[in-house]
Write a protein that binds this ligand. Structure first.
Ligand code: HEM
Length: 465
């Protein structure tokens, strides 16, 4: 049986000039990949500003991300581009600062918190369905917008115990797409040793977008922070303990100091970004894949209706819906939101047949590894049933890392999986998703993998069962 293979930029057969490479990569790094990138175990590119080593060999990936992770700290390349928005948050810091921040944040993401997050996810999803219900049947809808709104709403409610208002959501999305667009324009000149090519307009655009988003978040954090410092209070609106309350109560295990105000804003801004941009990207692709392969969509619908038997979704319903999980896992394999993980070699080190110099950048690409010709059977095909096959076990163990690996593995992985299950199962239970004839989403690699032309779908309400 042949499976659907979604379109992605055709890999290049041979190298191009550095100028062409530079200008095209500003648009999307996916356009710059070579055919051999999907076969090789390790490759290198020497740019004027940095030596880059691309690592696809699972043993080397384990060395970099897990076994010797302290020798491979986070690279400043991405951190510098993200700093205007994320400051010095857990996503970009290293060493003892990172360790302290991670330990202070971990309780907010403990397994038990998933239960607390479930009703929030469900309510935000129901609000999304109400918005969709208002559209005439079959309206052409850019599902990316809906997935971005609902995931931003979920993380906002989880942090602040408050729903995200339409006008705030709109401002944030516009500011964030300006920020996304300028990030590669700040990062690439540094990689090419051509910082003079950073246009002041891009620096201004990035700072301006970041300060708009941070301003909005700060306005919600400040009154609660001041109340907390004054009298130890500062719970969310309903008195519940949300993520902001957990962060304000967190103490450094060594010094017993809390987060400073600025550090708190950095962590919240980072969580807001990491907690919705990634999930929105993966969910958008999952919706597209389901629309494109109606028989899988019908099987997901049958699975959800059989599980729910006409009642409303509860948290224990999620685990048994294995096909729905597999659809989302497959969307994360084909379109991993974080397409590249970048580390820096703190000292020179041998890797396979190469001696990687100190200061070199190491790129581990979930996009390449999860589509690698050596590690996956039919790597470009959408086949959620592959996870039921014994032969996929090894590929999964060695070459599947949408959430990264090692001590810096995504802190929100379980949160993201639960959220995706709530959204996908509720959406497919209510609607039949159809592709728009002639519309083919074009994946582009920016901060996450998005579609250059959106993902237009038609939604038809299903009869009640
Ligand atoms: C499908 C959704 C998501 C994907 C694919 C994803 C992916 C990743 C990846 C690959 C990393 C590691 C980056 C690296 O090693 O350089 C990461 C880190 C992180 N993610 Fe996620 N993420 C997702 C959702 C979330 C959510 C929902 C949250 C929070 C609510 C979150 C919070 C974080 C944080 C705080 C880090 C930094 C961890 C550290 O460095 O210690 N992510 N994520």
């Amino acid at each position: 049986m042949s499976h659907f293979c979604p379109v992605y930029p055709e890999p290049r057969k041979k190298r191009t000039s550095m100028w062409k490479f530079f200008f095209n990569a500003r648009r999307s790094w996916l356009d710059r990949l070579y055919e051999r990138s999907y076969h090789m175990q390790m490759g290198e590119i020497h740019l004027p500003g940095v030596d880059l080593y691309m690592v696809n060999d699972p043993a080397m990936v384990k060395l970099v991300l897990q076994d010797n992770s302290t020798d491979f700290p986070k690279s400043p390349l991405l951190g510098n581009a993200l700093r205007p928005l994320l400051g010095d948050s857990v996503f970009t810091t290293n060493g003892s600062t990172w360790q302290r921040q991670r330990e202070m944040m971990e309780p907010a993401f403990a397994q038990a918190r998933l239960k607390v997050a479930f009703p929030v996810m469900k309510q935000a999803t129901e609000d999304m369905l109400k918005r969709l219900d208002r559209l005439p049947a079959g309206t052409q809808q850019n599902i990316e917008v809906d997935m971005t709104f609902v995931t931003a709403d979920i993380i906002f409610r989880t942090i602040f115990s408050q729903a995200l208002k339409g006008e705030d959501a709109h401002r944030i999305f516009k500011a964030f797409s300006r920020f996304q667009a300028s990030a590669p324009k700040l990062m690439l000149p540094a990689m090419f040793g051509m910082r003079w090519l950073v246009w002041p307009w891009d620096v201004w655009r990035s700072r301006n977008a970041a300060s708009e988003i941070r301003g909005l978040l700060e306005a919600r954090i400040r009154p609660r922070y001041e109340a907390h410092m004054r009298d130890g209070k500062g719970e969310g609106e309903s008195g519940s303990t949300d993520i902001l309350a957990a962060f304000m109560s967190a103490r450094d295990p060594k010094t017993s100091q809390p987060f400073s105000f600025n550090e708190l804003v950095d962590q919240v801004a980072m969580l807001f970004l990491a907690g919705h941009e990634t999930s929105a990207s993966a969910l958008t692709w999952a919706c597209y894949l389901l629309a494109k392969v109606p028989d899988v969509q019908e099987r997901v619908h049958a699975e959800v209706t059989a599980q729910l038997q006409g009642r409303s979704l509860m948290q224990p319903d999620l685990k048994p819906m294995t096909l729905t999980w597999n659809v989302f896992r497959e969307a994360l394999r084909l379109f991993p939101p974080v397409g590249f993980i970048v580390r820096e070699a703190a000292q020179k080190c041998p890797m396979r047949d190469k001696l990687v110099p100190k200061g070199a950048s190491i790129l581990v690409s979930p996009w390449l590894i999860q589509r690698h010709r050596l590690w996956w059977h039919e790597p470009d095909a959408f086949n959620p049933d592959r996870y039921d096959e014994e032969s996929t076990r090894e590929s999964l163990r060695q070459a599947y890392l949408p959430f990264g690996a090692g001590p810096r593995v995504c802190i929100g992985a379980a949160f993201a999986m639960q959220e995706a299950m709530v959204i996908l199962s509720s959406l497919v239970a209510r609607y039949r998703l159809e592709v728009v004839p002639g519309h083919v989403p074009q994946p582009v690699g920016r901060l996450t993998i998005r579609s250059a032309n959106g993902v237009s779908l038609k939604l038809y309400r299903r009869p009640l069962v």
